[in-house]
Each structure stands twice: as C-alpha cells, then as structure tokens.
Design a binder for this molecule. Structure first.
Ligand code: NAD
Length: 275
C-alpha cells in the first residue's frame, strides 16, 4: 500500500491518509470498517464519544491484519479529563477496542472552562511512558492552548487534530504547529457536506481536468498541503474513491485556487467555548 507516511516528532510515523468514523452507527461500524480495511485503509480514527470503538475493534480483529500494519487513534472525552479519570477512560477505550495499545491518543477538546487540559496532558504523558499509547496528541487546541502546554508540561503533542478544509484553514494554528514540530490532522476535510465545497469551480475544474471527482481533488489538496486526512463515508464506493488519490497531483495553480477559498468560517463549535 502506497499511502505516504508522515514522520512525527516523537520518532513514530503515521499513514497520511486514513478513515474516520465520526457518526458511523455503532451497529454498522464493524461492517463499514471491514470495508475500509479491505479497500486498503490502515489508519482508523475513532473516539470514545463516537460510541463505536467496539465495532472498530471487532473489524480489526476479524481482518487478521498484523497489528503493526495498522494505525489506530482514539480520544479522551471532555467528561473524562483529569488524572485518574483519564487513566480509567484510556483503559476502558483499550478494552472496547480489544487492543493492547493504540498508536495515538488525543485529548478531544481543550474545554478551557473546566481548566483540566494541562492536568489531562500530564496523564497522557504517563500513558505514553507506559507504552500503551505510542504517540499522544491533542484535538481542537488553538494557539493559546498549545502555548500553555508548552509552558507547563514536558512533551510536545505529536499532532493537533483541528477542523480544517478549504473554507476554514486555521493559518495561525498551522503555522504554530509547523514551528513546533506538531503534525496537523484535518477533521471535516470535505466540509462535512455542510457547504457546497464539492460544487465550487475551484474544485470541479481541476476535477474535470484530471478526470477525477471533486472529493478526490479536495483530499489531494490536504495531502499536498502536508496535512493528515481521514475522510468518512458509510458508502463503500465513496470509501474507495476517497482512497484512490495517490496517482495524480494538483498543480501549484490548482492548489492556490483552492487555498484562496478560505473565508474563516468554521462548521463546528468554537474550541474556546465548547464543552
Ligand atoms: P468529512 O468532511 O470527512 O465529511 C464526511 C461526509 O462527506 C460524509 O458523511 C459524506 O456525506 C460526504 N462524503 C464523503 N466522501 C464523499 C465523496 N467521495 N463524495 C461526496 N461526498 C462525500 O467529515 P467528518 O466525518 O466530520 O470528518 C472526518 C473525520 O474526522 C471523522 O470521521 C472523525 O474521525 C474526525 N473528526 C474529528 C473531530 C474532532 O473534534 N476531533 C470532529 C469531527 C470529525
């Protein structure tokens, strides 16, 4: 499988293209993840709050794939932030996944109002030391949250998973991450179907020119920007389409046109106030 890997600052590496399971029904997850693995995805992104870790674990076990070929991420939910509560939540996630270790464990949201993300990060540092999460990172952390971790803790997050798609590119976070060796993961990479990204001429014209679909063009844009991306679909043909993006490249002009879509409009909650 030819998916490029991104080198993380902690010495591990991650497949740049994966499969996300937000809003995949728990009862359907095993089948959908089995399809994804059959298509060739080896990087899976789940979270405790998605309620489908068991299904992910069952599909992984049934696949018979060697564990070292897979890269599996899950996340600490807001209510579980703290020290002992984070340890317990992590163990419970591993149990549900049926795994001995995850490749990446993330704090899902900073939740500044409860002011426990620094404490939670120290718990993740210890989880990493135990070897049961190979890498640790954060999600939805903006620059001030990353700065606080830098001031008050020892380990730099390996990744920051943030809302990122052409209309919302978060240049401050991306620049900070580049300066500090934090890899960026794009969530909602296709705009979650919430704005007509796949119908915009900036996307459809290169799609026509390359004989590709608009979704493939947007996924290429993420890959060529250096972001880690894991689009979600319940539909096998779209999963295959989203994975089939490794044999063409957008030109610099095509990239620039898509980048110019930026209009600083987030689709999801504001991380400063969510939770
Ligand atoms: P996405 O941008 O991947 O959009 C998914 C939707 O796009 C699908 O439901 C479908 O309607 C459409 N779609 C998918 N493939 C398509 C195709 N080929 N053609 C046309 N339409 C297509 O949004 P997402 O699922 O929210 O984000 C991806 C992953 O990011 C999630 O599954 C999850 O793993 C992660 N995520 C993380 C957070 C976080 O807070 N950390 C938040 C949201 C999502």
């Amino acid at each position: 499988n030819r998916v490029p890997r991104i080198q993380l600052d902690d010495g591990h590496s991650i497949p740049q293209l994966g499969f996300g399971v937000f809003k995949v029904e728990p009862t359907e997850t095993e089948r959908i993840v089995a399809d994804a693995l059959e298509i060739g995805y080896r990087h899976l992104d789940t979270a405790r709050i998605y309620g489908n870790e068991e299904g992910v674990g069952r599909a992984v076990a049934a696949s018979g794939l060697p564990r070292e070929e897979l890269f599996i991420t899950t996340k600490l939910w807001n209510d579980d932030q703290g020290t002992q509560s984070a340890f317990d939540a992590f163990e419970a996630s591993l149990d549900r996944l049926g795994l001995e270790h995850v490749d990446l464990y993330l704090i899902h949201w900073p939740v500044p109002a409860q002011d426990r993300y620094v404490e939670s990060w120290r718990a993740l540092e210890r989880i990493r030391e135990s070897g049961r999460a190979r890498s640790i990172g954060v999600s939805n952390f903006m620059v001030p949250h990353l700065e606080r971790l830098r001031d008050e803790t020892d380990v730099v997050p390996a990744v920051d998973q943030i809302e990122l798609h052409p209309a919302h590119q978060q240049p401050e976070v991306v620049e900070y991450a580049a300066e500090h060796g934090i890899a960026v993961q794009s969530w909602g990479p296709l705009g979650q179907g919430k704005y007509p990204l796949l119908e915009m001429p900036e996307v459809t014209e290169p799609a026509e020119a390359h004989g590709r679909t608009p979704a493939q063009v947007v996924i290429r844009w993420h890959l060529q920007r250096g972001f880690i991306v894991f689009p979600k679909s319940n539909r096998r043909e779209r999963m295959a389409e989203n994975f089939d993006v490794l044999d063409f490249a957008l030109s610099e002009d095509e990239m620039d046109r898509i980048t110019a879509i930026e209009r600083a409009g987030r689709l999801g909650p504001d991380p400063q106030h969510f939770g």
